[in-house]
Each structure stands twice: as structure tokens, then as C-alpha cells.
Design a protein around this ligand. Structure first.
Ligand code: PGA
Length: 254
């Protein structure tokens, strides 16, 4: 049985005061088969490492560079994140692909670096509304997934989390229906099965992301191939995200 994995992506939100207050309220349920992560801006990672000490929660960054160091002004590397005690990193979020020219190539390089550095990667994939309307959503996601899993070993594939985030559902309040989300997550698992084999496909944690909230998380999590969620907006409310974590866990484990 795969672990359940819920991650809150703060995006470019929060200051020191917000992070301090959040850490006093945020306390998710603790279960052996449940992983929880907060993905915060770089500037808040050191503070959160300290204030969330003892909390059943992993600390994630939202991006990193694929080189360890050098002349890459404005970038942050895997060793820098490791030094802060960061556990993992989101790679290839659609906002990074859209606004910061991330490609399947850089996503692969970053994922390899994260794996080699002992950082857990959450790699995001997903189609635009135009691609879905044109019936090209499976093709788009297959390209993204195949580029990633074709470039790493089957052993490493087991350590990757994939977040399926249809771009038309991010921040729009319009989530994919549980059937739409399940259809794509099952497809992603089948593509990974083709490329990396049964063991990796069966172990792969797949999250759904896109307007996940308290009112829809249970029905999404009840789907067989959805193992968790990548939550944006709703993750900024520390009480709300704890409710999402609890009801997701209950929906999955019954
Ligand atoms: P949302 O964002 O929950 O605000 O739609 C999800 C994400 O972008 O990870």
C-alpha cells in the first residue's frame, strides 16, 4: 500500500510574521502511512525548520537549480537546501514552466540533482485548457512523464512523486472531477509502468493538484490512483489544510 502524501505549496506568499503564526496553528494528524509537506518560499525555510521542529511535517522548497554552485545569479542549489535541513523540492510546477521557461529538459536535470542530493522531488505535470479541449491532454502528459522517467533509473523512479495538475484547475476554483483526475493519474501510472516497470509504477505516489479544498478533497482521494494532493491556495490556512489532511486520510483509509 502506498503512503498518502499531502503537500501545501505556499507559492510566493507569506512573510516572517505569517510563517511564525502558521507554525503555531499547523499541526497535522500523525500516521505511519501519511506524509505531509509545506513548500515555502526560500526566505522562510530556515525559520520554518526551527518553528516546525517536532511537527509531523516535511519541509520543501518550490524550485532549485540543477548545478551545485557557480555563476547562476538569483538561483539556489540542492546543497544549499540540504544545509538548511530541507527534505524535498517541487520541480516543474506549471507556473515555473509558464513564466520561467522551465522545460522537460530542465525538469529532468533538476530531478536527477534532487535525487542525487537526497531531496525528495515532487514533479508537476499537466495540460492547458486548450490542450484538453483539443483532446491532446493524454499526449501532453505522456510527453512530460516519458521525458522524466525515461531519464532516470527504475530504482530512482520509486523515489519520485508526480503531481498531476491540470493548468485550467489551478487557482481557478474549478477542480477536475474525481473521474477526470483518476483517469489521468491511472494513465500516468500506466506510462511509468511501461518505462520503469511494475515495481516503480506500483510504488509511485501520484498527487492531484488544482483547486483542492476541504469540500472536494475526500472525493478526489477516494480514487484508486490518487495518493495525495498538492494544495495551493487552501494550504495558506493552517487550520484548513489540517482538515484537508485529516479528511483525505480518512477518505483513503476509510
Ligand atoms: P491551487 O494551486 O490549489 O490554488 O489551485 C495548486 C498548485 O498550483 O499547486
Amino acid at each position: 500500500m502506498r503512503d498518502i502524501f499531502i503537500a501545501a505549496n505556499w507559492k510566493m506568499n507569506g512573510d516572517l510574521k505569517f510563517a511564525r503564526e502558521y507554525a503555531t496553528i499547523f499541526w497535522p494528524i500523525k500516521k505511519k502511512d501519511l506524509k505531509v509537506a509545506i513548500a515555502a518560499p526560500y526566505t522562510l525555510l530556515a525559520l520554518l525548520k526551527e518553528t516546525l521542529d517536532g511537527c509531523p511535517c516535511l519541509l520543501f522548497a518550490q524550485n532549485m537549480h540543477f548545478e551545485d554552485k557557480g555563476a547562476f545569479t538569483g538561483e539556489v542549489s540542492a546543497p544549499m537546501l540540504k544545509e538548511l535541513g530541507v527534505d524535498g523540492v517541487i520541480i516543474g510546477h506549471s507556473e515555473r514552466r509558464q513564466y520561467f521557461a522551465e522545460t522537460d529538459e530542465t525538469v529532468l536535470l533538476k530531478t536527477k540533482k534532487a535525487l542525487a542530493s537526497g531531496l525528495m522531488p515532487i514533479v508537476c505535470v499537466g495540460e492547458t485548457l486548450e490542450e484538453r479541449d483539443a483532446g491532446k491532454h493524454f499526449e501532453k502528459v505522456r510527453t512530460q512523464v516519458a521525458s522524466l522517467f525515461g531519464g532516470i533509473s527504475a530504482e530512482d523512479a520509486e523515489k519520485v512523486t508526480v503531481a498531476y495538475e491540470p493548468i485550467w484547475a489551478i487557482g481557478t476554483g474549478r477542480n477536475a472531477t474525481p473521474a477526470q483526475a483518476e483517469e489521468m493519474c491511472a494513465y500516468i501510472r500506466s506510462v511509468v509502468r511501461e518505462i520503469s516497470g511494475d515495481k516503480a509504477a506500483d510504488a509511485l505516489i501520484i498527487q492531484y493538484g488544482g483547486s483542492v479544498k476541504t469540500s472536494n478533497c475526500a472525493e478526489l482521494m477516494a480514487m484508486e490512483d490518487i495518493d495525495g494532493a498538492l494544495v495551493g491556495g487552501a494550504g495558506l490556512d493552517p487550520k484548513g489544510i489540517c482538515e484537508i489532511i485529516k479528511s483525505s486520510y480518512e477518505a483513503k483509509r476509510g
